[in-house]
Design a protein around this ligand. Structure first.
Ligand code: A3P
Length: 286
């Protein structure tokens, strides 16, 4: 019950080219860079696409993959060759972020969180379907403890989330826009408007709704979903990165015992955090 990952300086990354992971440390940040940051499966593709269209000022742009802007997955010279303004993304923990980004504080960061229970389910499906990357054959019941203990690439959700919250608190001059997968679902228009404002992009109502429409789950699944697919046991071909796109799918996966175990660990790990306010089960039960 293990998956293939890359250990670099004692930390677990996906099995990318080690040179691209090494490049995170020496990454040269530009004043007009925009970097979407999230633990995997928290809506990175979605928000990155929104940011990319907002920066372009139009929705009619050539299709490129989110991974082409992923700092740890693109070799340094290829990142350097991208024209400004660059829409980038990373799943790096706060303390592993490029040194320049944290010292110069010149570029803009968009930090997204998602209910960790939905993240766990989404990440399980990601690991299961990306066969050539992870060679993972476990079942959900085996994966669940692995996720809780952070034995996956990018390690513990709890540590990642605490680290980013603390990092943002300790660096008030960092330019960060904080949002959540759930808020994006609930009020997509408003959230895109906030993003445009944060990015300093002038966008009228018509453009905002165009961006919302173009980045809808169904549209992105139809246009980009064909690029990476997985053959299910019943032989159906399904997109890997565009699975369900819903809030609360964890309820279809967690047993009662898993839910109780999750709550206990969550409450211990996330005391007095923003994440606790957003995702504590105690809150939703009261
Ligand atoms: P599910 O597996 O729950 O469906 P990331 O981009 O960080 O890898 O996150 C992937 C998750 O976001 C997946 O969740 C995926 O379906 C969902 N997603 C991708 N594009 C989306 C969109 N345009 N709108 C809503 N959810 C989207």
């Amino acid at each position: 019950n293990t998956l293939k990952a890359l250990k670099y300086k004692g930390r677990l990354w996906p099995a990318f080219d080690p040179e691209s992971i090494k490049g995170v440390e020496t990454f040269k940040s530009r004043d007009d860079d925009v970097i979407v940051v999230a633990y995997p499966k928290s809506g990175t593709h979605w928000v990155w696409e929104m940011a990319r269209l907002l920066l372009a000022g139009k929705t009619d742009v050539p299709m490129i993959e989110k991974d082409d802007g992923m700092i740890e997955d693109v070799l340094p010279d290829k990142l350097e060759a991208q024209t400004s303004p660059r829409a980038l993304n990373t799943h790096a923990h706060f303390e592993l972020m490029p040194k320049e980004v944290l010292s110069k504080k010149n570029c803009k960061l968009i930090y997204i969180t998602r209910d960790p229970r939905d993240v766990a389910v989404s990440y399980y499906n990601h690991h299961r379907k990306l066969v050539e990357y992870y060679d993972y054959k476990g079942q959900w019941k085996d994966y669940f403890p692995m996720f809780l203990s952070g034995k996956v690439d990018y390690e513990s959700w709890f540590a990642f989330t605490r680290g980013w919250e603390q990092g943002i608190k300790d660096n008030p001059d960092l330019k960060v826009h904080v949002t959540s997968y759930e808020a994006l679902h609930e009020n997509t228009n408003e959230e895109v408007k906030n993003l445009a404002e944060f990015l300093g992009v002038s966008a009228d109502e018509a453009f905002i709704s165009e961006v919302v429409k173009k980045t809808s789950f169904d549209n992105m699944k139809a246009s980009k979903g064909k690029n990476e697919t997985y053959k299910e046991k019943d032989k159906s071909e399904v997109p890997i990165m565009y699975r369900k796109g819903k809030v609360g799918d964890w309820k279809n996966w967690f047993t009662v015992a898993q839910s109780e175990q999750f709550d206990e660990i969550f409450e211990q790990e996330m005391k007095e955090t923003r994440a606790q306010k957003l995702y504590s089960n105690q809150k939703t039960c009261s």
